[in-house]
Design a binder for this molecule. Structure first.
Ligand code: DHB
Ligand code: MG
Length: 233
């Protein structure tokens, strides 16, 4: 039997990508544009991008919210999941860095889904309140500064319909989430988000760890229950 190692995990990831995900010029171009622009290589792995795409299709999502556009790689996967017959279907994606948003805009347009993607430039905590009153979201993908995960989860619950799915990226962080000696702000932010998913009646959630092209990490997947938040105090 093979033993778990970084090399073995890489080989499995390549095998799964070849077998089930395949290759795609527009997605490859989005990643290349991001690299040329000097942006960090922290977009989701191909297997993760396709998972987001399938979750969006499985939930019949016509409105998707993404917090953290980066170069638009996951955005393209999500936008391609929208029903082509629905001219109102949208991905609304929030990016704090204007330069990243510009790279994403070009890649999303090149992929042919530009009309279905609205990029809102600004910090999530500033942009999310401006979405109050918009039609509710069916799927939310949280993939931005981990320190703000509870803020993003609160807005995800407020802005989505009962039955919506919320996916949170990077909840394992090479195992650091379970390292009692790691009290960095990012890891504490991840833990606070997971604690919220457990305690807040608006969510019912699980998380899985992943070993993919981005190494050892994980995602949380939460159902928006439709319950009211418990008032503090
Ligand atoms: C980081 C952020 C991400 O969203 C990710 O997928 C991987 C790493 C980071 O900030 O280090
Ligand atoms: Mg991420």
């Amino acid at each position: 039997m093979p033993q778990l190692s970084a090399d073995a995990a890489d080989a499995v990831d390549r095998y799964l990508v070849e077998t089930l995900v395949g290759h795609d010029d527009d997605l490859d171009a989005a990643v290349a544009a991001q690299r040329v622009a000097g942006m960090p290589a922290i977009e989701v792995a191909p297997t993760g991008g396709k998972l987001l795409h399938l979750l969006a299709r499985a939930t019949g999502a016509r409105r998707v919210l993404e917090v953290g556009t980066l170069g638009g790689y996951s955005t393209i996967w999500l936008a391609r999941a929208l029903p082509s017959t629905d001219s109102e279907a949208r991905v609304v994606t929030i990016e704090a860095e204007p330069a990243h948003a510009a790279v994403a805009r070009a890649s999303i347009d090149r992929a042919g889904v530009g009309e279905r993607v609205e990029i809102r430039v600004g910090r999530g905590a500033d942009v999310l309140p401006t979405l109050v009153g918009a039609p509710p979201f069916d799927l939310v993908f949280i993939d931005a500064d981990k320190e703000s995960n509870t803020v993003y989860l609160d807005w995800a619950a407020r802005l989505s319909r009962p039955g919506a799915l919320v996916v949170v990226d990077n909840v394992v962080r090479s195992g650091r989430v379970a390292d009692p000696d790691d009290d960095s702000a990012q890891v504490e932010g991840v833990r606070a988000g997971l604690a919220m998913l457990r305690e807040d009646p608006r969510f019912d959630a699980t998380a899985i760890q992943t070993l993919d092209a981005k190494g050892w990490d994980g995602i949380a997947v939460a159902l928006v229950t439709g319950a009211s938040p418990v008032e503090a105090g």
